[in-house]
Design a protein around this ligand. Structure first.
Ligand code: NAP
Ligand code: ZN
Ligand code: ZN
Length: 354
């Protein structure tokens, strides 16, 4: 075991605070990573505060990890010391079920091992995430950060990037299609950039009028303030695809009516309480589809990183020291993030030294 240090929540109402714990020594297939940056996903907040009802405390969140390899096991062939690498939402899966064999580890039939709040060693230990100084991960769940990519701006791609890229690939977003993005936060700002890079005509739906200019710079062709009923009505039955990233319950019918025949609306936002059930007529009259999607597989995550490098896409970030994580959560709840907080993990040393 080696000593590790990070920030953890100890119960649903506790602020995140310093926490010491152990990481395993790298095994034959393991990569040990010195964490440089970790993005702050809304899922971290849902988990730290026990909003999904499944949190194991103490909880060290963080699944948008970028760092440098410090040590590798004797059987590691894919990475070597000093490589710049990433770790996303998963650190293991069964590798033998139909989903794993198809590269869909996120749908592993026995459940993937989450980077945090997951079960290691068949359930005997809980995983701790990236709000920490180091992590040890099996090489098959480690991603290569493409050359030239800024490590801090790459971190949010490991969750926000893949969660929006995967459904756009799955439902074949392509040039000339009309794509809607609901919510301009961490996921939303990657969705706009990726859909634009795939050649779609992109429309952002936002509750925040102040985000209009930013959305256009990210690649949105149009911006609709979702509270404006007339502006919403102008887009009736016209979208091929809509991705809903909102972290709070809301009316889905307002968006389902905007889908064209056979259009697809994918839910990726995961609010703590359910959306009001949508009416059936919006679905059956135009054979519209309401679907969900969970992050993406490991190979697809590498494909997304390479796609972002090729198209020069990155997250727009605000770098914070870890000591500001609790304030960052409060700002996230007010939709006041432009557009992803990323923790500079060098800041951990200040608390450790104190
Ligand atoms: P975020 O940065 O907080 O962004 C969410 C955005 O939703 C906000 O910026 C805001 O955009 C909009 N919003 C928030 N509250 C709203 C409300 N009451 N009504 C309408 N719009 C509201 O969060 P995120 O990190 O992008 O994550 C979004 C959600 O996706 C979370 O629930 C997270 O857990 C989930 N998630 C799911 C997956 C998956 O695999 N499916 C992966 C990662 C995250 P505007 O200001 O533009 O309205
Ligand atoms: Zn996430
Ligand atoms: Zn599996």
């Amino acid at each position: 075991m080696t000593k590790a240090y990070g920030f953890a929540a100890t119960d649903p109402s506790a602020k995140l605070a310093p926490f010491s714990f152990d990481r395993r020594e790298p095994g034959a297939k393991d990569v040990e990573i010195d964490i440089l940056f970790c993005g702050v996903c809304h899922s971290d907040l849902h988990t730290a505060r026990g909003e999904w009802g499944n949190t194991i405390y103490p909880s060290v969140p963080g699944h948008e990890i970028v760092g440098r390899v410090t040590r590798v096991g004797t059987g590691v062939s894919k990475f070597k010391a000093d490589d710049l690498v990433g770790v996303g939402c998963m650190v293991d899966s069964c590798r033998s079920c139909a989903s794993c064999r198809e590269g869909l580890e996120q749908y592993c039939e026995t459940g993937f091992t989450g980077t945090y709040n997951g079960n290691l060693y068949g359930g005997s230990e809980t995983t701790f995430g990236g709000y920490s100084d180091k992590i040890v991960v099996d090489q098959d769940f480690v991603l290569r950060i493409p050359a030239g990519m800024d490590p801090a701006a790459a971190a949010p791609l490991l969750c926000a990037g893949i969660t929006t890229f995967s459904p756009m690939r799955r439902w074949r977003v392509s040039p000339g299609q009309k794509v809607g993005v609901v919510g301009l936060g961490g996921l939303g700002h990657m969705a706009i950039q990726i859909a634009h890079a795939m050649g779609a005509h992109v429309v952002l739906f936002t509750t925040s009028p102040g985000k209009l200019e930013d959305a256009k710079q990210l690649g949105a062709d149009e911006v609709v303030i979702s509270k404006d009923a007339n502006a919403m009505a102008a887009h009736m039955a016209s979208f091929h695809f809509i991705i809903d990233t909102v972290a709070a319950p809301h009316d889905l019918d307002a968006y389902l009516t905007l889908l064209a025949r056979d259009g697809v609306m994918v839910l990726v936002g995961a609010p703590a309480s359910p959306h009001p059930a949508p009416g059936v007529f919006n679905l059956i009259m135009k054979r519209r589809q309401l679907v969900g999607s969970l992050i993406g597989g490991i190979a697809e995550t590498q494909e997304m990183l390479d796609f972002c490098a090729e198209h020069k896409l990155a997250s727009q970030i605000e770098i914070i020291p870890i000591q500001q994580i609790n304030e960052a959560y409060e700002r996230m709840l007010k939709s006041d993030v432009k557009y992803r907080f990323v923790i500079d993990m060098a800041s951990l040393k200040e608390t450790q030294a104190a």
